[in-house]
Design a binder for this molecule. Structure first.
Ligand code: C5P
Length: 402
């Protein structure tokens, strides 16, 4: 893989894995990529500036207030000269500073001052990685479009086992190469509408009917379609996920709101309806909190059917997207129900999956789907939801390439 002429600004922060940054530099240099290194004060406890200087064949920067450096190459200029900024290893502390927007040394100042893409390769103790503070910081960074490589699972320097180990230099290099190589954008100029997550149907101002959908699959599909160049409108029910970077996300609660947002987003070239829309809403939802009276009968909830968003948008008409994809979550007879659903709802494809409790699919990280189309049924292997999303996006793109 040649990265000839490309330039990476490598920020090395202080962790035991810092020695692996030397191997990463070697791989980058071998590919023809120019590397300038910046070290935090803590990093210099683990690798020497001299080693980085020798391998990068460039001056190594570490001090924010070095008048010499500022006159030669100001800290803003350092990041301007790069195509990509890579933080490897990225400690919990550095990631927290990035999330908070702190700038108290050269590395964090560069990261705040840059408008270049940023890739982080986290490395830390497993407890630190799983701490809610780190989880939240990573979500903030992901929502800002920061790319992430790793961390890996494994035995750590502190003898604990779990996620937190720096990704292998070859894997970080592959992530850098992917970011520096222009990706094909087969869906450029196309508008895609995606629904995701559950809906909440109010019973009264404080209670609602919901379901266990996490929105992970729908959000991943929106991100994967955006990565192929599509303009994506994501209509999301209430989820605990960050809005995908580069996607216009509209937040709704009820099925009625979701339908209105979808109709407002038309026209679209493609519609992907991954939301788990409540089939029914409460017809007699209370405008005030329902009160229980001692010994009194429980309230009777009258349910009424929600509009079918997929069927509404898939109905023939000038606004119908060229490709309409629905989902079918079933607990048995998946093939039969999916094929029936495709016909009944008027969609082109159905992505069907078995959501029986034993499968761990609903709310989980993996999915095993069937793609049901007019051409027949295709079974995909069990894959991460991100990979299912990438495959589906790539498949959608093939329908737009001559
Ligand atoms: O009928 P069922 O809920 O099984 O259909 C699932 C498919 O229909 C999914 O694509 C879902 O997003 C969509 N749907 C919808 N509006 C509804 C019910 C389902 O868009 N009210």
């Amino acid at each position: 893989m040649s990265l000839d002429g490309r330039k990476v600004l490598l920020i090395v922060t202080g962790g035991i894995a810092a020695y692996k940054s030397l191997e990463l530099v070697r791989l980058l240099r071998k590919s023809g990529c120019g590397v300038t290194a910046v070290m935090t004060a803590a990093a210099a406890q683990f690798v020497t500036p001299l080693a980085l200087q020798a391998l990068t064949e460039n001056k190594v920067y570490s001090d924010l207030f070095s008048l010499n450096d500022e006159s030669e190459m100001g800290h803003i200029q350092l990041s301007r000269a790069a195509d990509l900024i890579v933080v490897a290893p990225a400690t919990a502390n550095t990631l927290a500073k990035m999330a908070a927007g702190l700038a108290d040394d050269l590395a964090s100042t560069l990261l705040l001052a840059t408008d270049k893409p940023v890739l982080v390769a986290p490395a830390m103790n497993v407890r630190m990685w799983l701490h809610p503070a780190s989880v939240q910081n990573m979500a903030v960074l992901a929502a800002r479009g920061v790319a992430v490589a790793g961390p890996d699972d494994g035995v750590m320097a502190c003898n604990e086992f779990g996620p937190g180990r720096l990704a292998e230099p070859a894997a970080i290099f592959a992530a850098i190469a992917a970011l520096l190589t222009p990706q094909p954008r087969p869906l450029a100029g196309r508008h895609v509408l995606v629904t995701s997550g559950p809906t909440h149907e109010p019973i009264d101002p404080v209670r609602y009917i919901a379901n266990r959908s996490s929105g992970r699959q729908g959000h991943a599909i929106a991100a994967a379609l955006a990565a192929l160049g599509a303009r994506v409108t994501l209509v999301s029910g209430p989820v605990a996920l960050p809005d995908p970077a580069g996607v216009q996300t509209m937040h709704v609660e009820t099925a009625a709101e979701m339908l209105a947002a979808c109709v407002a987003a038309l026209p679209a070239d493609v519609g992907v309806f991954a939301a788990a829309v409540a089939d029914w809403r409460v017809d007699n939802a209370g405008s005030q909190k329902l009160k229980k009276s001692p010994g009194g009968a429980p309230p009777q909830l009258a349910l009424t059917q929600n509009p079918d968003i997929l069927a509404t948008i898939a109905a023939a008409g000038p606004q119908r997207p060229r490709l309409v994809v629905g989902f079918a979550a079933e607990t048995h007879d998946v093939r039969r129900y999916a094929a029936e659903k495709r016909q009944r709802k008027g969609c082109d494809w159905i992505i069907a999956n078995d959501v029986s409790p034993g499968t761990g699919i609903m709310g989980g990280a993996e999915n095993e789907v069937l793609l049901v189309s007019a051409d027949g049924i295709e079974a995909w292997p069990r894959l991460g939801k991100d990979e299912v999303a990438r495959r589906l996006a790539a498949r959608i793109a093939t329908t737009f390439t001559p």
